[in-house]
Design a protein around this ligand. Structure first.
Ligand code: PHE
Length: 340
């Protein structure tokens, strides 16, 4: 059919509209587009007829043809299924290959990053994760950890008291007790969390910080299991060739007790400002679970042995990132946090 009059355009509009309304599939939509809106489509061909027309007709027919094309094109582009069938080539304003608008995203706090790294290493060794309350009873924070009320070791941890029998926990070790009360050996767990101490705030200490505690209880657990576990951890966290050094120490809830140093990962033991020229960095406290602690938890110390260790996350983060002031972790200054 040839379209040479304004009336014939109305027939064309009806035909096109009927076809448009019948579009149900992507393929039909594309056929429609090629037939009517493509470069050689019916609606473009209309303009070819203009040459043979009188100037008067050219004007009215041209305007009607333009209007018709805009009408069909508009309806086609605005059809709800256009979103599903993707952009058509007639839809010049949309380029799906352009990059999106940048969307600012936050990042993990450096302490949480270190915590996750440590946690993932122990989880891969088969440790599970346990949590406990930050407002803790004197019993769990001290007594069951072999620190009765008169015990001088209580002085090692400047404590925030809520009332006579309640404290803000000064370490994550009370979670050990809660786990041992509830789980029968074998026990393999790590216990991350926030702890509080009433210390004077300085570049080195803050009134709250984070620890990760570890506990391993079974028959025949020996001190060499502790050494092997901590060496494997240090080699994965710091450097695969690092050495550790174990020094005797004292904690009321472990016997024997030790402190563990790793070879300074910056100078590899040669001596630098981070390790204060010693070549070693102290990273954690550890030991074999004290029989009294087992007794408090109802675990038979004749049958079972175990080791425990605890480390400060801030301390490790300070060392690892070479940060010289612990307070930076708590100021939420975006300029600081952005660097991690
Ligand atoms: N709870 C001790 C502290 O905060 C660390 C520790 C945990 C030591 C477990 C030995 C065993 O200092």
């Amino acid at each position: 059919m040839e379209y040479k009059t304004v009336e014939s355009l109305e027939i064309l509009r009806k035909e096109a509209t009927a076809e448009f309304e019948a579009i149900a599939s992507e393929q039909n939509a594309e056929n429609f587009r090629v037939k009517y809106l493509g470069k050689k489509g019916v609606l473009r061909d209309l303009m070819k007829s203009l040459g043979a027309m009188s100037p008067e007709d050219r004007k009215t027919f041209g305007a009607a043809a333009n209007e018709l094309r805009a009408d069909i094109e508009g309806r086609f582009n605005d059809a709800p299924w256009q979103n599903k069938t993707g952009a058509s080539s007639t839809d010049a304003g949309f380029d799906p290959t352009l990059p999106g608008y940048p969307f600012p995203s936050g990042s993990l706090h450096p302490l949480m990053k270190i915590r996750d790294e440590i946690r993932n290493i122990f989880v891969s060794m088969g440790f599970s994760i346990a949590y406990g309350p930050e407002v803790e009873s004197d019993y769990y924070n001290f007594q069951a950890l072999n620190m009765p009320p008169f015990h001088p070791a209580r002085d090692m941890q400047d404590t925030f008291y809520i009332d006579e029998k309640t404290v803000l926990r000064t370490h994550t070790s009370p979670v050990q007790i809660r786990v041992m009360e509830n789980v029968k050996p074998p026990i393999r767990a790590i216990m991350p969390g926030r702890v509080y101490r009433n210390e004077e705030i300085s570049a080195r200490s803050y009134c709250l910080f984070h620890q990760i505690e570890g506990l391993y209880v079974d028959e025949n657990v020996s001190f060499s299991d502790l050494k092997g576990t901590l060496l494997a951890f240090s080699r994965r966290f710091f450097d695969e060739k690092t050495h550790i050094k174990i020094r005797p120490s004292y904690f009321p809830f472990t016997e024997p007790s030790v402190e563990v140093d790793v070879e300074c990962f910056l100078c590899k033991g040669k001596g630098c400002s981070i390790c204060k020229q010693s070549g070693w960095l102290e990273i954690l406290g550890a030991g074999m679970v004290h029989p009294n602690v087992f007794k408090y938890c109802g675990i038979d110390p004749e049958k079972y042995t175990g080791f425990a260790f605890g480390m400060g996350i801030e301390r490790i983060a300070l060392l690892k990132y070479g940060i010289d002031d612990i307070r930076l972790f708590y100021e939420n200054d975006a300029r600081f946090l952005k660097q991690f």
